[in-house]
Design a protein around this ligand. Structure first.
Ligand SMILES: Cc1cc2nc3c(=O)[nH]c(=O)nc-3n(C[C@H](O)[C@H](O)[C@H](O)COP(=O)(O)O)c2cc1C
Length: 383
C-alpha cells in the first residue's frame, strides 16, 4: 500500500515538511506588548510534538497599531526576535517546520479579546488597562456602530506600512522561521484593500479590482524581495466575502495568479470576515459544513496554477486525505481540531495505517505507548 498523500513529505522551495498537515495560525491574545512567552512556546511546541508538518505562529503584528488586541504577538521591534526564535527553534527541534503569519489588523485593530466580548473596547476593558489606540484602514468607515473610526490611508502610510512589513521579514529571518504567511483575509488591513465593500477609495489604490489589488501586491512583492529565495511564502486570502456584492472567487483566482507571478508559493484559502468574525457560525451564502472551504482551494489550484492549502472544519484524516487525493489542495490546515487534539497528526497516522509501531511519536512517549498497546491487545481491549 502506498503512503497516503497526507503523510508524504512536501518540498516548498528548499523547505521540506515531513507531512501535509499544518497547524493553522491561531491568535492566543496572550502576549505582553507583542512578546511571546511561555504560553506560546508550550502551545506551539505541543503541536510540533504532536506530529504536524508545519506549525504556524499566530497573526503577528508588523506594526503596534496593527494589533487586533493588546494580547497580540508582535514583530514590530527587534526586541521581539528572541522570544520568537525560542519558539521556532523548539518547533524545528521536534521535526516540524516553524512558520509565522504576518498581520496588520487595519480597522479591526484596537478591539477586545474574544473572552471579553470580541467587540469594541468597553469601559471594563479600559478599567483592565486595555486602552484604545488610533487605527488606519483604506477609508475612514468603521467596522460598525460603536466601533472605533479608522483614519483613511494617506500617501505616506503606504510607505510606512511597506517598511514595517520589510522590517518584520528581516526579524522573521533572524528568528529562524522557514515559512512566512501574509494575512490578507478575515477583514484585516490587506483584505479591506481588496474588497469593494471596504475599499471605496478614489485614488489608484481603490475602484477597479486592479487598483484594489495594488497595495496587497506591493506588500507581497516587498515581502518576497526581503524573504530568502530558499524559503516559502504563503498568502491567506478570504476566497469570498460571503456578502452580496463582495469579493468573489473569480477575484480570488485573478489575485492568486498575480501572487504567483510575485513569487508566492501557496494560497491559503479561507473565507469571510469582512464585516464580522471569520469563524462566526452564521454565513449568508455558503453553508458551514465540514470542509466547506475546500472547493475554494480546488478552484484556485486549478484556475490559478498555484499550490493551495485547504482549511476550515476539516475534521477527520479521511476527509483530509480525500481532499488531497482529489487534487483540491497540497496542504491541509487544522485549527480548532488541533486545539481539541494536539496529537491530531499522530492519531491520523494511526488511523491511516502509516505508523503501526508508533515510530512517529516522540521517543519519550512512543516507547511506552507501544508497550501499552501490546498490553491492551492482550487484555482484549484492542483488535
Ligand atoms: C483561537 C483561534 C484563533 C485564530 N487566529 C487566527 C489567526 O491568527 N490568523 C488567521 O488567519 N486565522 C485565525 N483563526 C482561524 C483559523 O486559522 C482557521 O482558519 C479556522 O479556525 C478554521 O479552521 P478550523 O475549522 O480547523 O478551526 C483562528 C481561529 C481560532 C479558533
Amino acid at each position: 500500500m502506498s503512503t497516503p498523500l497526507l503523510f508524504q513529505p512536501i518540498k516548498l522551495r528548499e523547505i521540506e515538511a515531513r507531512n501535509r498537515i499544518v497547524v493553522s495560525p491561531m491568535c492566543q491574545y496572550s502576549a505582553k506588548d507583542g512578546h511571546v512567552g511561555d504560553w506560546h512556546l508550550v502551545h506551539l511546541g505541543k503541536f510540533a510534538l504532536g506530529g504536524a508538518g508545519i506549525v504556524f505562529v499566530e497573526a503577528t503584528a508588523v506594526e503596534r497599531r496593527g494589533r487586533i488586541t493588546h494580547g497580540d504577538t508582535g514583530i514590530w521591534d527587534d526586541a521581539h526576535i528572541a522570544g520568537l526564535k525560542r519558539v521556532a527553534d523548539f518547533v524545528r527541534s521536534q521535526g516540524a517546520v516553524p512558520a509565522i503569519q504576518l498581520a496588520h489588523a487595519g480597522r479591526k485593530a484596537s478591539m477586545a479579546r474574544p473572552w471579553y466580548g470580541n467587540g469594541p473596547l468597553t469601559q471594563q476593558d479600559l478599567d483592565r488597562g486595555d486602552k484604545p489606540w488610533s487605527i488606519v484602514a483604506p477609508t475612514d468607515a468603521a467596522l460598525g456602530e460603536s466601533w472605533i473610526q479608522p483614519r483613511a490611508f494617506q500617501p505616506g502610510d503606504f510607505q510606512t506600512v511597506l517598511a514595517a512589513y520589510r522590517n518584520a521579514v528581516r526579524r522573521a529571518v533572524a528568528a529562524g522561521f522557514d515559512i512566512l504567511e501574509l494575512h490578507a483575509a478575515h477583514g484585516y488591513l490587506l483584505h479591506t484593500f481588496l474588497s469593494p465593500l471596504t475599499n471605496t477609495r478614489s485614488d489608484e489604490y481603490g475602484g477597479s479590482r486592479e487598483n484594489r489589488m495594488r497595495f496587497p501586491l506591493e506588500v507581497a512583492r516587498a515581502v518576497r524581495d526581503a524573504w530568502p529565495a530558499a524559503r516559502a511564502l504563503f498568502v491567506r486570502i478570504s476566497s469570498i466575502d460571503d456578502v452580496e456584492g463582495g469579493w468573489s472567487i473569480e477575484d480570488t483566482v485573478a489575485f492568486a495568479g498575480k501572487l504567483r507571478e510575485a513569487g508566492v508559493d501557496v494560497i491559503d484559502c479561507s473565507s469571510g470576515g469582512i464585516a464580522g468574525s471569520a469563524t462566526a457560525a452564521t454565513r449568508t451564502l455558503v453553508p458551514r459544513v465540514p470542509g466547506f472551504q475546500i472547493p475554494f482551494a480546488e478552484r484556485v489550484r486549478k484556475d490559478a496554477g498555484i499550490k493551495t492549502m485547504a482549511v476550515g472544519l476539516i475534521l477527520t484524516p479521511q476527509q483530509a486525505e480525500e481532499a488531497l487525493q482529489a487534487g483540491a489542495a497540497d496542504l491541509i490546515a487544522v485549527g480548532r481540531e488541533a486545539l481539541y487534539d494536539p496529537n491530531w497528526p499522530l492519531h491520523a497516522a494511526q488511523v491511516l495505517g502509516v505508523d503501526p509501531n508508533m515510530e512517529r511519536w516522540p521517543l519519550q512517549y512512543g516507547w511506552w505507548l507501544t508497550r501499552r498497546e501490546g498490553l491492551l491487545k492482550k487484555l482484549g481491549l484492542r483488535k
